[in-house]
Design a protein. Sequence first.
Length: 92
Amino acid sequence: SLADGTYTASEQGCLSEVAVTVTVTGGKVTNVAIDASGETPELGGAAAETLADELTKAGSTAGVDAVSGATVTTKGITKGANAALAAAEAMA
């Protein structure tokens, strides 16, 4: 289970650190925001938008696929999301 709150973790993307902020309400992921402003806008930036929606819908990283052309950024985002979710689990 997840503790309500907002959890942020940063991991290395392709060109920069990417920050993933996960909001948990009622024990469920209700929002995922990704700051990939240091990544290439057409690749990493676009991947961040897509992944934020997919991670919010999935509520975890399970079953969320890498974005083609932005594999390294995707890995950083996935690691960040997992770290933020681990923090939410630890607080529960």
